[in-house]
Write a protein that binds this ligand. Structure first.
Ligand code: ADP
Length: 481
């Protein structure tokens, strides 16, 4: 049999160990989906102190060694465990990873630089069992991996044949620091990287990854095109334009086992595509749980996610007054910018049971909203992929999205697609765009319940499993070897 292709997947967060957003979901699901007769994918992560003890107890200590970082020599402990058919490597260093917060520490730049060097050093220590052909790095926290690989490990036969893929899940965060770090922390003085990673006078980790990786992907085809334009490029559009030849977009899947209304333990009543009527019981329970008026005849619009402008929280809070004058309910779950938390909390307080907001992170409630709502609001300013709209469709809840990034690639809006649609959409990021789309949904709900049901069945019939996307990644890896 031909040799298996080995992929080492590096990420700073990974469900179920630790997750703050979509990156965690992807790292938790894609490696298992990639495994096949001719491919093995293993995951390498920092052993952050926030990882629950129940996982730490299952990890096995392997060995420890030093990692060079600029003039520093730092400890690295290697732990491993297998779960769900995937091998995980955890890198331990309490100085960097035993912190009050996962992100937002004063020395994040040094923490992620350490992790990137430690991943590369670890390859030497696992090579007997697993010699990577592909190193797949994700987001700015691991962006230095492709840079260090070429600048620090060049000439070592163990490393020279490794190809790198870098995936951008969120371009907002690029890892921009004082240029001073390039020498003192990264140890890249005198290398081509020293100049190439400078952008607007600062060292930019993500820029380094885009230049040094063999392939760059984003998490949807539309977003891969959008980031070549100034509106979405976050200042790096020129860089992406010049690297178009190695830039592509592969849409994320969702974990269809975990997000399955037929088995989801968080729901009041389980159901599937053929028993969507049972959503009604979930809706009544949600209305009760959230203090909304208990009325199955009124459409409930749900929103789960970070309360930021990216997610359109400003549009939703601006429109609350108008929403309250309509025959509809709104339920919001999320945390984020104080101004939106405050505005949505206030709206809920004065809505007389029409609006409810939970300013928290609550996985169970999120699932009950996916199941109990009728429409799922996702009016994003930009959206690399977005998972929530796919989860909501699986739960028979019609997404209402702005046409951008992954939302364009996954939702067919009623305006353009009529009865072939599986949701609602609007183009311009402004209050009237969102308001018109909401009116369209209300019109369909009250006046055309048969078409509503058709759209629901289109939505639940969509296949959002990882299978197809995993095959796209396999093709990409093969094309590099
Ligand atoms: P992001 O840009 O934040 O990664 P995604 O839609 O790709 O957005 O993924 C968000 C994930 O996090 C979804 O699984 C969503 O259900 C979950 N999530 C977001 N906010 C909350 C919250 N407040 N409580 C529970 N789950 C949340």
């Amino acid at each position: 049999m031909a040799k298996k292709t080995n992929v080492l997947f590096a990420a700073f967060e990974c469900a179920p160990f630790l997750k703050t957003g979509g990156l965690g979901d992807v790292a938790g699901a894609l490696p298992a989906a990639l495994k096949s007769d001719d491919m093995d994918c293993r995951v390498i992560l920092p052993l952050l102190s926030q990882i629950p003890a129940k996982y730490k107890e299952k990890m096995k200590y392997v060995e420890h060694y030093d990692v060079d970082l600029g003039w520093r020599k730092q400890y690295c402990g290697l732990f491993t465990m297998r779960m769900g058919g995937v091998t995980y490597y955890f890198l331990d260093n309490e100085f960097y990873f035993k912190r009050a917060a996962i992100y937002g520490e004063f020395d994040d730049g040094e923490r992620v630089a350490y992790f990137s060097m430690a991943v590369l050093e670890t390859i030497r220590h696992i090579a007997k069992n697993f010699r990577p052909d592909i190193l797949h790095a994700n987001d700015w926290h691991t962006a230095l991996i492709p840079v260090f690989l070429r600048e620090k490990f060049n000439g070592d036969p163990l490393y020279d044949r490794i190809k790198t893929v870098f995936t951008i899940h969120n371009l907002k965060f690029q890892g921009q620091y004082s240029a001073y770090m390039t020498g003192d922390v990264l140890g890249l003085q005198g290398t081509p990287a020293e100049g190439q990673m400078i952008h607007d006078g600062a060292v930019n980790f993500l820029q380094g990854a885009v230049i040094y990786s063999d392939a760059v992907t984003t998490v949807s085809p539309t977003y891969a095109e959008e980031i070549c334009r100034p509106e979405y490029g976050e200042g790096l559009e020129g860089l992406f334009q010049s690297r178009k030849y190695k830039l592509s977009g592969i849409i994320n899947g969702i974990d269809t086992k975990s997000y399955d209304p037929a088995t989801d333990k968080a729901l009041v009543v389980n159901y599937d595509a053929s028993t969507l009527k049972k959503k009604r019981e979930n809706k009544l329970a949600l209305q009760k749980e959230m203090g909304l008026n208990e009325d199955p005849g009124v459409p409930v619009f749900g929103m789960v996610g970070r309360l930021t402008m990216q997610k359109g929280a400003n549009l939703v809070s601006d429109l609350m007054g108008r929403f309250m004058s309509r025959n509809m309910q709104v339920v919001v779950l999320g945390t984020g910018d104080h101004v939106y938390e405050e505005a949505l909390g206030q709206a809920a307080f004065s809505s007389g049971g029409k609006v409810s907001a939970s300013i928290s992170f609550n996985e169970g409630l999120a699932r009950r909203i996916y199941a109990g709502a009728d429409v799922f609001l996702m009016p994003s300013l930009f959206e690399p992929c977005g998972l929530a709209q796919m989860i909501s469709m699986r739960y028979g809840t019609l997404p209402l999205v702005r046409e951008t990034g992954g939302l364009s690639d996954t939702v067919k809006g009623y305006w353009d697609h009529g009865e072939e649609a599986d949701g609602f959409s609007f183009k311009d990021f402004d209050a009237s765009g969102l308001s018109n789309a909401v009116d369209q949904a209300l019109n369909l709900w009250f006046d055309h319940p048969d078409i509503w049901k058709k759209l629901q069945s289109n939505a639940t019939g969509r296949n959002f499993s990882w299978e197809e996307s995993a095959e796209e990644y396999r093709k990409l890896y093969r094309s590099l070897l």
